[in-house]
Design a protein around this ligand. Structure first.
Ligand code: GDP
Ligand code: IMO
Ligand code: MG
Length: 435
C-alpha cells in the first residue's frame, strides 16, 4: 500500500490527528497537502496532549520524515512556535521538511481575514481568522510569497511590496500597524526564514522516492470534505481543496501513486463556524454530546455545533473522495443514548425529499435530516479492541453505516488515547506493534 490518503469526511475535527499519528508508525513519509494553521489536530499520547496546526501528525516518532507539502499555506511564526514547543518537549524533529513552494501567510493576510469577516457582519463565515482565505487568494492572483522567497531578502522585499500595493485601500484601517511596515515585515520574515532554512526542501521527490522503493506515504488531510472550496457547502467553506484528489496536487504525486483513500467520520456530526447543517441538534441532547465529546475547537476554542450522523452527506463524501475505507471515531461518545438517529435522506423546503446531497444552496440551507432510529448501548466500550468486543447494538450501528455507504469500516475510535482504537480489515496490517 504505497500511497494512503487520510481525509476528513465531514466538517473537520473528525480525529485525523489521532489516526495519522497511529498510521505514522508504519509510514516512511507523512505529508500534509493543503490547508494551514486553521487546522487543529490533537494527539493524546501516554496521557500527554499534543496539538498541531501545521506540523504533520507523524512527528512524534523520532526522525520520522514529515513534510509540509507545496499545497499548504504556512504561517512561519506559527510554525517556528510549534517547532520550539516540540523542542522544549524534547521531541526529535530532524525529519521535518517544508516545501520551498508552499505559500506564506503574511501579516496582512490575517488582517484582511478579520476585516473581511467584519464587513460581512451577520453573513460572516466564521473563519478561524488565520489569514487562510487571503493567502490562497494571493496564490491564485500570482501575488503570493513562497517559502523559498524567505531566503533572498531582495526578492522578499520586492514581492511584499507588490503584494501589498493592491491592498492599500482595504488595509487603510491598519495603516499605522507597525507589522505592516515594509522594512519591518521584510526583516521579520527574513529572520524567520533563517530559522526555517534547515528544514526547507523540495518535498515532492521525497514522496516519489518512498513510492519507488515500495514504502508507505501517508497523505494527511486537514479540514473535512464539506469544507472543500469546490465540493463543500460554499461559501461556508475553507479556501482550499480538501478532498482526496487534492493530495496529488498538494504533494506533487500523480493519481496512480494513491492506492487507498480512507475517510474519517465521527459517529455523529459536528461543525465549527456558520453554514448549513441538516442534522443539527440544537437542544439538550446536542449539548450533552458536546460535553461528552469535548467538542470545543482545538484552534479557536469555539463550541462546536453538534448533530446526528448524516449518512446523506457521508455518502456524498464517499463518492467525492472515492473512499476505500471508513474510520469511525468517537463511538464511545454515543454510549448511554437509548435511541440513535441516523439521517438517510433530507426533507427540503415544501416537503420534497432528497436522497442525494443537494447541490442547490437554497435547498441545502433549509434541508433537515429524515432519520432511521437505531438502538443505542449502555456498556462502556472504551476497552474494546476488536469488533467482537463491542455490544451487539454498537456493532449493528457500524454495520448499518458500512452497508449504507458500501465501504468497509477499517478502524473504530473508542476513546482519545492511542490504544483506544479497534483495527480491522485492511487497517490491521498497519497496526502499530504496541497497539
Ligand atoms: P482533527 O482536526 O480531525 O485532527 O480532530 P481534532 O483533534 O480537532 O478533534 C478530535 C478530538 O477528538 C481530539 O480532542 C481527539 O483527542 C479526540 N478523539 C479522537 N478520537 C477519539 C475517539 O475515538 N473517542 C474520543 N472520545 N475522543 C477522540
Ligand atoms: P481540522 O483540520 C473544523 C472552518 C472554520 C470556518 C471555515 C473557514 O482541525 O479539521 P478558514 O479559517 O479555513 O477560512 O475558515 O472552515 N474550518 C474548520 N473547521 N476543523 C478544521 O480543521 C477547520 N479549518 C477550517 O471554522 O467555518
Ligand atoms: Mg481539528
Amino acid at each position: 500500500m504505497p500511497g494512503l490518503v487520510i481525509v476528513g469526511a465531514q466538517w473537520g475535527d473528525e480525529g485525523k490527528g489521532k489516526v495519522v499519528d497511529l498510521l505514522a508508525e508504519q509510514a516512511d513519509l507523512v505529508i500534509r497537502f493543503q490547508g494551514g494553521n486553521n487546522a487543529g489536530h490533537t494527539i493524546v499520547r501516554d496521557g500527554e496532549t499534543f496539538k498541531f496546526h501545521l506540523i504533520p501528525s507523524g512527528i512524534l516518532y523520532p526522525g520520522k520524515l514529515c513534510a509540509i507539502g507545496n499545497g499548504v499555506v504556512v504561517d512561519p511564526k506559527v510554525l517556528t512556535a510549534e517547532i520550539d514547543d516540540l523542542r522544549r518537549q524534547r521531541i526529535d524533529i530532524s525529519g521535518l521538511r517544508i516545501s520551498a513552494n508552499a505559500h506564506l501567510i503574511m501579516p496582512y493576510h490575517k488582517l484582511l481575514d478579520q476585516e473581511g469577516e467584519a464587513k460581512l457582519g451577520k453573513l460572516q463565515i466564521g473563519t478561524t481568522r488565520r489569514g487562510i482565505g487571503p493567502c490562497y487568494s494571493d496564490k491564485a492572483s500570482r501575488l503570493g510569497i513562497r517559502v523559498q522567497d524567505l531566503l533572498d531578502e531582495k526578492i522578499l522585499r520586492k514581492k511584499i511590496y507588490a503584494a501589498m500595493e493592491p491592498k492599500r485601500l482595504m488595509l487603510r484601517p491598519y495603516a499605522k500597524e507597525p507589522e505592516l511596515d515594509l522594512h519591518t515585515m521584510t526583516e521579520e520574515y527574513r529572520i524567520l526564514g533563517h530559522r526555517l532554512e534547515p528544514y526547507i526542501a523540495d518535498t515532492a521527490p521525497l514522496a516519489w522516492r518512498v513510492i519507488d522503493e515500495g514504502g508507505l506515504v501517508v497523505f494527511e488531510g486537514a479540514q473535512g470534505t464539506l469544507l472543500d472550496i469546490d465540493h463543500g457547502t460554499y461559501p461556508f467553506v475553507t479556501s482550499s481543496n480538501v478532498v482526496a484528489g487534492s493530495a496529488c496536487a498538494g504533494a506533487g504525486v500523480g493519481p496512480s501513486s494513491i492506492d487507498e483513500v480512507w475517510g474519517i467520520a465521527k459517529a455523529y456530526t459536528t461543525r465549527v463556524g456558520a453554514g448549513p447543517f441538516p442534522t443539527e441538534l440544537d437542544d439538550a441532547l446536542g449539548e450533552a454530546i458536546r460535553e461528552a465529546g469535548h467538542e470545543f475547537g482545538t484552534t479557536t476554542g469555539r463550541a462546536r455545533r453538534t448533530g446526528w450522523l448524516d449518512l446523506v452527506a457521508l455518502r456524498y463524501a464517499t463518492r467525492i473522495n472515492g473512499l476505500t475505507g471508513l474510520i469511525v471515531t468517537k463511538l464511545d461518545v454515543l454510549t448511554g443514548i437509548d435511541q440513535l438517529n441516523v439521517a438517510v435522506r433530507y426533507r427540503g423546503p415544501e416537503g420534497a425529499t432528497f436522497e442525494e446531497f443537494p447541490y442547490h444552496q437554497s435547498i441545502l440551507h433549509k434541508a433537515e435530516g429524515e432519520y432511521i432510529p437505531l438502538p443505542g448501548w449502555h456498556d462502556d466500550i472504551s476497552g474494546a479492541r476488536s469488533p467482537e468486543d463491542l455490544p451487539q447494538n454498537a456493532r449493528a450501528y457500524l454495520d448499518y453505516i458500512s452497508d449504507f455507504l458500501g465501504v468497509p469500516v477499517v478502524m473504530v475510535g473508542v476513546g482519545p488515547g492511542r490504544d483506544e482504537m479497534i483495527w480491522t480489515g485492511a487497517a490491521e496490517r498497519l497496526r502499530p506493534a504496541a497497539a
